[in-house]
Write a protein that binds this ligand. Structure first.
Ligand code: 5GP
Length: 115
């Protein structure tokens, strides 16, 4: 058995983390190291997929659930508009291999172009 991911441990309540949204399939937490005024992670409850490539190939409806959750977060915590980022692989800055989307919102003017 592999260890549960940090996100699964937050979902289970084993380590602290405020859950902003929870559905049957996904949940959302604030990133511990925010890179924007709104920086939330949307995470499938299953750990089955390590990145968005695997997720898209294996369960497209679950990916749609993630996007719908991102939209809800942006509506509740920003103006409904948001940037959605998936890091895929260590050299692309992925550090947790339980697929998750970064939802960024309330971006300042100088962050609107580029990354
Ligand atoms: P990645 O680099 O894999 O795309 O994103 C992982 C994210 O998880 C990072 O932005 C990091 O700040 C966040 N993170 C890591 N550990 C924790 C934690 O214990 N709690 C929360 N809320 N976020 C975490």
């Amino acid at each position: 058995m592999t260890e549960p991911s940090i996100f699964t441990r937050i979902l289970r309540g084993d380590i602290p983390g405020e859950i902003l949204l929870e559905t049957e399939t996904v949940f959302a937490i604030r990133d511990i190291n925010p890179q924007a005024p709104l920086h939330v992670l949307v995470i499938p409850k299953t750990e089955q997929y390590r990145d968005v490539t695997e997720l898209a190939a294996g369960d497209a409806p679950l990916m749609a659930d993630m996007v719908a959750a991102a939209k809800r977060i942006a509506e509740e915590h920003a103006n409904g508009e948001y940037r959605l980022i998936f890091n895929n692989g260590a050299s692309a800055a992925q550090s947790v291999f339980h697929v998750h989307a970064h939802v960024l919102g309330n971006l300042p003017e100088d962050r609107l172009i580029g990354f």
